[in-house]
Design a protein around this ligand. Structure first.
Ligand code: CIR
Length: 263
């Protein structure tokens, strides 16, 4: 496992995204009473997709689904690996139906599709890939059975997984993301487990909790706009940083990784 820690970040070439619908105002939220403004969310989403494209990803843009207010957060409904796609079993009841359409989309790109099944629950925001190893957060959305099923699937394809407890955060990747070069970006409230001691840790700046959820694409690290201290730390560590404003999505607990499935 430790040999995976220094691996190059995977060379993704594509991203699946789903445009937000007007129903985004009904998205689940634990952190704020503020409602996203639909028009602004659309604008920010366009800019997000453009940034992924500029970083070299071809985008597969799905139409909005009004039926599922949180469906723009496509990351939660699948875990994509180089060997297979795994359709998840969202722990949030209102999101369970989101998995149906995503399977049909992914069938065009993956010959092997697996599925997490009840009583297991798992959301992609709880899965952090580091090389061929996947850290799985146990959260209010992902249970031990869901994590166990995912580890069994990963092992079937020659990959590995292990469990990390998550508290204080919606998902594991709300508190920590891997940006390659053996480096994790970590929120200040995130309790660093012993398993993570082998990594270089970049702690986000004071008052910049939202900055822990970043995306590495090619040689760039995309961070949410408005976190200058964290940006400086990443630049200082040698990363090329690009900012994207996702303030409307943050109002309903969404971060940068949740808005795409990269593979
Ligand atoms: C939810 O609560 O499911 C959405 N409002 C936010 C999902 C964010 N997803 C993620 O961090 N992977």
């Amino acid at each position: 496992m430790s040999s995976d820690a220094g691996l190059q970040y995977p060379g993704f070439s594509k991203a699946v995204v789903r445009r937000p619908g007007r129903s985004i105002v009904f998205g689940l939220s634990e952190s704020s009473d503020k409602l996203p403004v639909y028009e602004k969310a659309l604008e920010q989403h366009d800019h997000y997709v453009k940034t992924l494209q500029e970083c070299g990803l071809n985008s597969i843009i799905l139409e909005a689904s009004e039926e599922f207010p949180d469906s723009t957060f496509v990351e939660d409904v699948a875990v994509l690996t180089p060997e297979c796609a795994i359709i998840t079993a969202p722990g949030a009841k209102s999101r369970a139906g989101e998995i149906l359409e995503i399977r049909a989309i992914l069938e065009d790109f993956f010959s092997c599709i697996e599925q997490i099944t009840s009583p297991g629950t798992l959301e992609g925001g709880d899965v952090m890939q580091v090389g061929t190893h996947y850290y799985i957060g146990l959260s209010s959305r992902t249970n031990r059975e869901g994590a166990r099923q995912l580890i069994t699937i990963l092992e079937k394809y020659g990959m590995t997984g292990s469990i990390i407890s998550v508290s204080n955060f919606l998902h594991l990747k709300t508190g920590v993301t891997w940006v390659g070069n053996n480096t994790l970006v970590v929120a200040r409230k995130f309790t660093i487990p012993a398993d993570f001691k082998k990594f270089n840790i970049i702690q986000v700046g004071e008052g910049e909790g939202g900055a822990a959820n970043c995306i590495r694409v090619g040689d760039k690290v995309i961070i949410p706009a408005g976190f200058p201290k964290t940006k400086k730390r990443l630049c200082h560590a040698g990363f090329a940083v690009v900012e994207v404003d996702i303030s409307e999505f943050a109002k309903i607990d969404g971060g940068l990784t949740c808005l795409s499935l990269r593979f």
